[in-house]
Design a binder for this molecule. Sequence first.
Ligand SMILES: [Zn+2]
Length: 127
Amino acid sequence: MPIYEYRCLNCQKRFNLLIRGFSSLPSPRCPLCGSERADRLISRFSVVRSEESQLEALADPSQLGDLDENDPRSVARWARKMSKQVGEDLGPEFDEMVGRLEAGEDPESVERAMGLAEPDLGPPEDL
Ligand SMILES: [Zn+2]
């Protein structure tokens, strides 16, 4: 779940999006003015090559030693660490997501509920 940082082209406000995977970037929407015109900034975390190198770049590897993507509470701990590294308020959606993870909800279903995961529509060729 990499975090990308955007800057709104309308009001210049910076905001972050938590994104799963690299093929499904959502269109960013500024939380302040609602504009969908935003530039993705070079995240201080993300040199995107693979998920593994992304994770390595995220933080000191020793901090990721206990990350288990299948354990919601582990993911929640990791997300909180990551938000501290970002040093910015990631917004109520982030807090809600982490809260649900800490309550033991499945990360996949939390992401789906939060609209962070792409709906599984199958390949377009099949339509
Ligand atoms: Zn804006």
